[in-house]
Design a protein around this ligand. Structure first.
Ligand code: CDP
Ligand code: MG
Length: 893
């Protein structure tokens, strides 16, 4: 699969059209994105006319007017050879009876909205309707975007299977991998992938139809795509190469799309798919909401399992750790469903596994010698000497639980759990489901449970709309959801568990009525429910938008504020994004006075710089893109790419801070935590390398893992998340390709293995990181500032009044350097900086001039002629902006 992905990355690069083309397309569209409506903005009306002409008031209703009518749809019908079983299943789907209505609407209108309950067949069937109607003839493609990777992969597989076609024809592309070929006719992809394609080919000429699926989720990229596509559709119509846009939503709340005059001058028609939903009886808890909703879920599932007729159970919890804790508890309380007896095959497998494991251990030892010569082998070894396979088993157990693997097969400790009553009745087939779960394991929920067992899926809200699990009759809803919350001003993020919206709660309940009448147990009272928000807020209003703004500026959309967002981000968020991009050098800094004027009028219109354009080609956030753009020097590229890839892929280490359900588990967890801490120290090294801090840990972990062949065993033994390591490898490949295309003379190879950086390279890397994370600088509180105890060991950042601390999991936790940059601040019990690296104070005015205030030239030493620069330079004292931290004097022009 990995090889496949590499070639996918390459083929993506090959598909890139000529650069001039993109420019031309981008310019045209930028023109069209000028205010299309009178009064939207006081900007110059000039270039807007092409977009306006077609918006004649006399245009027919219900269709977005386009000047030339698209040529009539070719009267083709491409037969699909489905199996009788598939055909029978399809006919049960409500959407089948709407096929004609949908296809007529699509043929007569450039933009159509399709609404229907989850499970009505939108995602799997609409692409097939289009295929049969010839929308992929002439080698063009039917594109479908999904906000979640899981859905893009699962749906492409499902549709290929239904159509009896290979994945060479019905394919997917997600950030790290894909199986798209020349023959691909239906392409499922994440919304981010299509956004990148728009950068290369603004008119999306290889598509005849684009379907934006799950638009109700209102993911940021989905929103942007809808804004862009609303314009691309009219541009394509002008060229007589019509593009159809289908927006699909699971809820009827589509006003943000239909009632938005900046988006669609005429509201597009909405086709509603009546769902054949069975009634779901909703049961509220009488009691006030519980703190221990997880325990309440457990009791509810037990009750259902013991007392109610057959039918799958779907439990909604908020996070991975909770999901696992409940899965364990359930597995202990009920007999496991044994999928198949442990046959010889399995034993052979395990012998093979052990052999491989031993081999990988030997390789790891060698690797250690290669990458970290100053550390003794024992520190690095996968197993401490003397401890045998038992230990490994215990760990695998734990690890597997963390990765949600086959614990359902047999753990051998049925009912061993103290408080829980073992139940010998019906076996239960317990499966976890969450987005970080490995895809093969996710796919298990679609398979029927073993004979005679009841399926119980414990899920996060991924099961809310994008995936439909067959056979669910009971839903247990804790009513909560965990979301990352960003503070708009300070950028501090925290995970918050909050009540879901009414719409989400109803979606969850609906999962119980897919195949027969069902029941939904809400673990909260109806009074609480009536206080829920009606709908969840769109993502774009909840997170920083600098990555979007950079992408949009790269598409020559200068006046971002005029962009037809379905829901615009706040002006504050737009300003914060522009400011960051200006200080990174991605946007041209206006004169101070000019900027003040812009800000007063909220007219954000800084153009992109050459550096910004380069940064926009890297598929990572702007701060990281800046690091990549700087790292051509001193052979730092492979390391910077690795660090950036590792910072981009979240949660490199397996979550070990979860609460343990038993003493043994606690002991295992403690042991594993200690080992991970030790490995981190090993990877961070000492002296110069330790100064790169947690980013050195990332580099060391990836380096060591690659030397060990990136094996699951290696990851397992060292507390690394295997899936993350595979993603990092892929992203490194992709970033290397991106860097090579910007800078062919770099001639980088996609070679996962690398020598450790030299001491001076580590220093350069620290400087590169400082330049990228300049707005994340923190200074240790000086002893004279220590007003009270809460500031002990604390750091101060320019934007926060409260103390922040180095996270205990950081290798710099005890080092307490004077200046650091951090990847992010996460608020838990305190505000903690994660991903910390040390900064030398004298670098700040040199590397981060846009954050510094330079004072008058100093009298001493006097100005001097600099022969290299051919100019007179003088020393100036400087301070860090806003907070006025004194910095050393620097030589400036
Ligand atoms: O997109 P929408 O939620 O409207 O429905 P869908 O995803 O197209 O699913 C239609 C039906 O196919 C559902 O009833 C699912 O149970 C079924 N399906 C499945 O069994 N396995 C999959 N991997 C995907 C869908
Ligand atoms: Mg769907």
């Amino acid at each position: 699969a990995e090889e496949e992905s590499d070639s996918a990355v390459e083929s993506e690069a090959e598909e890139a059209p000529a650069a001039e083309w993109v420019e031309a397309g981008a310019r045209t569209v930028a023109a069209c994105l000028q205010p299309a409506l009178p009064g939207a903005e006081g900007g110059s009306p000039g270039p807007a006319s092409p977009a306006r002409t077609p918006t004649a008031p006399s245009a027919p209703p219900a269709a977005v007017p386009i000047p030339a009518r698209p040529p009539a749809k070719p009267a083709v019908f491409i037969p699909v050879n489905r199996s009788p079983e598939v055909q029978e299943e399809r006919l049960k789907l409500p959407i089948l009876s709407e096929e004609q209505v949908i296809m007529e609407a699509v043929s007569e209108n450039p933009i159509v909205i399709v609404c229907g309950e989850t499970g009505s067949g939108k995602t799997t069937q609409v692409p097939q309707f289009l295929y049969e109607a010839g929308y992929s003839s002439d080698n063009s493609i039917i594109g479908v975007t999904e906000p979640r990777r899981v859905a893009a992969v699962a749906m492409s597989q499902r549709v290929a299977k239904e159509m009896n076609m290979s994945q060479r024809v019905v394919s997917y592309q997600i950030r790290y991998e894909g199986n798209v070929t020349e023959q691909t006719r239906i392409k499922f992809m994440t919304d981010g992938v299509l956004l990148k394609e728009i950068q290369k080919d603004f008119l999306l000429l290889k598509y005849k139809v684009v379907i934006i699926d799950e638009a109700h989720e209102r993911s940021v990229y989905t929103d942007i795509l809808i804004g862009l596509l609303s314009r691309i559709v009219s541009l394509r119509a002008k060229r007589l190469l019509p593009l159809k846009l289908i927006i699909m939503s699971a809820t009827l709340r589509v006003e943000d799309f239909t009632q938005n005059q900046r988006l669609f001058t005429q509201p597009p028609p909405v086709v509603k798919v009546e769902s054949r939903q069975f009634p779901v009886t909703v049961h509220f808890n009488k009691r006030t909401p519980l703190e221990d909703y997880s325990g309440e879920c457990f009791r509810k599932v037990c009750k259902i399992h013991r007392m109610l007729p057959a039918g799958g159970i779907l439990v909604f919890l908020t996070g991975q750790a909770e999901v696992h804790a409940l899965c364990r508890r359930l597995r202990r309380a009920f007999p496991h469903a044994r999928a198949r007896p442990p046959e010889e095959e399995d034993q052979k497998d395990s012998v093979e596994e052990t052999r491989k494991f031993k081999k990988s251990r030997a390789r790891a030892r060698k690797a250690q010698a290669a990458i970290l010569p100053h550390i003794s082998l024992d520190n690095y070894s996968v197993l401490p000497a003397g401890e045998g396979d038992e230990d490994r088993e215990a760990e695998m157990d734990d690890e597997e639980a963390a990765l949600g693997s086959d614990l359902d097969l047999d753990l051998g400790d049925d009912g061993a759990d103290g408080g829980e009553q073992p139940d010998a009745s019906l076996p239960m087939h317990v499966l976890p489901l969450y987005s970080l779960l490995a895809p093969e394991k996710q796919a298990k929920v679609f398979q029927p449970p073993p004979e005679g067992a009841r399926l119980c899926v414990v899920a996060t809200n991924v099961a809310e709309t994008s995936l439909t699990i067959p056979g669910i009759k009971y839903v247990v809803d804790c009513g909560k959801v965990k979301k990352r919350h960003y503070d708009r001003v300070t950028g501090v993020s925290s995970f918050r568990v909050t009540w879901v919206s009414q719409a989400s709660a109803d979606q969850r309940a609906g999962r119980a009525g897919r195949t027969e009448p069902g029941h939904c147990y809400r673990l909260y009272s109806s009074a609480v429910f009536s206080d829920f928000d009606q709908f969840p807020p769109p993502e774009i209003t909840r997170r920083p938008v600098e990555d979007l703004i950079l992408q949009m500026k790269a598409l020559n959309i200068e006046k971002v504020i005029n962009f037809p967002f379905p829901t615009p981000p706040s002006v504050e968020a737009l300003i914060a994004a522009e400011e960051l991009l200006i200080s990174l050098g991605a946007l041209q800094a206006p004169q101070k006075a000019e900027r003040m004027k812009q800000l007063q009028k909220s007219r954000l219109s800084c153009p992109i710089t050459a550096l910004g354009k380069t940064m926009a080609t890297f598929p990572v956030a702007p701060r990281y893109a800046k690091m990549l753009a700087l790292s051509r020097q001193h052979g730092c590229l492979p390391y910077a790419i690795t660090i950036v890839a590792a910072m981009t892929v979240r949660e490199l280490f397996v979550e070990l801070d979860r609460p343990a359900s038993s003493d043994e588990e606690l002991a295992t967890l403690k042991g594993r935590r200690a080992r991970v801490a030790q490995m981190k120290r090993t990877w961070a090294g000492r002296g110069a390398s330790l100064k790169l801090g947690d980013l050195m840990v990332l580099l060391g972990a990836v380096g060591a893992c690659e030397y060990a062949g990136c094996s699951p065993q290696f990851c397992e033994a060292n507390g690394l998340r295997y899936k993350a390591m595979v993603e990092i490898r892929r992203l490194r490949g992709q970033l290397t390709t991106a860097v090579n295309s910007v800078c062919p003379e770099a001639g980088l190879f996609v070679d996962p293995k690398m020598q450790p950086p030299s001491e001076s390279q580590v220093t350069y890397l620290r400087q590169i990181v400082t330049a990228g994370l300049g707005d994340h600088l923190a200074r240790r509180v000086q002893s004279e500032d220590l007003l009270d105890d809460k500031w002990r060991n604390a750091y101060k950042t320019p934007l926060l009044d409260d103390p922040v601390f180095i996270h205990p999991s950081s290798v710099l936790f005890k080092e307490l350097p004077d200046f650091v940059v951090y990847q992010e601040i996460v608020e838990t019990t305190k505000m903690y900086m994660k991903g910390v690296s040390t900064v030398e104070v004298q670098w700040i005015p040199v590397l981060l001039p846009s954050y510094c205030q330079f004072d008058k030239p100093l009298e001493e030493p006097p100005p001097a002629y600099c022969p290299e620069k051919g100019r007179v330079l003088c020393h100036r004292a400087s301070t860090f902006y806003r907070v006025g931290w004194p910095l050393p004097a620097v030589l400036v022009d």
